[in-house]
Design a binder for this molecule. Structure first.
Ligand code: NAD
Length: 327
């Protein structure tokens, strides 16, 4: 099988590519083309352990570049599409970039996949497309009600992907996932930002009252879910991938303080994010029942491993934080 992985130098995409080529999902004959623009969050160092693997081809380029995408696409059996602008805080200030990559880029890929007869297109999306939910959990048929430029652009790309299935019969499957954490996550996102600040003896900024709730999922479980969907998902369907571990941001902060040996004096309360969604909650019954998905990494174990990785890999994150002016 030959897979085109967009955004394969980012946090989740690189985990997926390392796992595919590392034989984690069993098929050692799979070859992978990574198409990645290497924006501020893309990092070829994330692929270091497989850099010399002859089954890997790396193409630096933009998914919005029609000519490039039509050059790269032919010959692939499947596309796993991760590439996106992903940071909600950035979407508040630069929404146009989110529409360009997440909506226009996705349409360029779908069109090329359709024209070049690609077998399957896995579109990786997010629970944020549903907006915010006070009680209960979203099912896959829940109405979309995105509330940020990030989630609105992702919702638009989900609908385009499903439209290519309806209109042209393209074998599209959409995944919607909860908040990921783990190694190699760009240190602007809450867990790596907090962990690295705390390891450095600094403070961490907690939004609003700290009571916003997120479901946390280890990145390896997300990628395992994507692999199941690629292999066995039904065409035209949406599948949730979640961890079943909801925490308020205060509870998450408490765990990170404990893991790094710090206390609440390291926490600064800051003004809430504009339009901050209160709670995300996904039902994962469909992927469990149909594809046998089950998250394998407990939050306690996953967080301990994540903190240890950032402690041991300063050379990876220190330059990124310095370049992005993060503290
Ligand atoms: P990331 O920001 O770490 O990586 C994004 C990658 O896409 C980077 O390598 C970047 O260089 C590349 N990219 C950006 N714009 C591009 C373009 N125009 N052309 C080619 N490459 C481009 O993001 P991530 O956290 O790994 O997220 C990957 C996907 O998973 C996204 O689609 C995101 O919406 C989805 N997702 C993420 C989470 C999460 O918690 N991180 C949760 C649910 C869904």
């Amino acid at each position: 099988m030959k897979i085109l992985v967009t955004g394969g130098a980012g946090f989740i995409g690189s985990e997926y590519v390392r796992n595919v080529l590392g034989g984690v999902y069993g098929d050692v004959d799979t070859t992978v083309t990574v198409l990645d623009k290497l924006t501020y969050s893309g990092n070829v160092a994330n692929l270091d352990v497989i850099r010399d693997d002859p089954r890997l081809t790396f193409v630096q380029g933009d998914i919005c570049d029609l000519d490039l995408v039509h050059d790269v696409m032919p010959g692939h059996d499947a596309v796993v599409h991760f590439a996106a602008e992903t940071h909600v805080d950035r979407a508040v200030h630069q929404p146009a970039a989110f529409v360009q990559t997440n909506v226009v880029g996705t349409q360029v890929l779908l069109e090329a996949a359709h024209r070049h007869g690609v077998g399957r297109f896995v579109h990786v999306s997010t629970d944020e497309v549903y907006g915010s939910i006070e009680q209960g959990s979203w099912t896959e048929d829940w109405p979309l009600a995105p509330r940020s430029a990030y989630s609105a652009a992702k919702a638009g790309s989900d609908l385009l992907a499903l439209a290519y299935h309806t209109t042209y019969g393209l074998d599209v499957v959409v995944t919607r996932c909860s908040n990921n954490y783990g190694h190699h996550q760009f240190p602007e996102k809450v867990i790596p930002l907090f962990v690295t600040n705390l390891l450095d003896g600094g403070t961490v900024p907690l939004y609003g009252d700290g009571l916003n709730i997120r479901d946390w999922l280890h990145v390896s479980d997300h990628c395992q879910g994507i692999n199941l969907v690629l292999a066995k998902g039904r065409p035209g369907q949406v599948y949730h991938i979640g961890g079943g571990t909801e925490l308020t941001n205060r509870e998450l902060t408490e765990r990170l303080l404990t893991a790094t040996g710090r206390d609440w004096s390291a926490v600064t309360y800051v003004a809430d994010r504009q339009g901050h969604d209160r709670r995300y909650s996904l039902s994962i019954e469909k992927i469990r029942a149909e594809l046998g998905y089950e998250p394998a990494v407990s939050l306690a174990d996953g967080l301990a491993r994540t903190v240890a990785w950032y402690r041991d890999n300063r050379a990876w994150w220190e330059p990124l934080k310095a370049r992005a002016g993060l503290s």
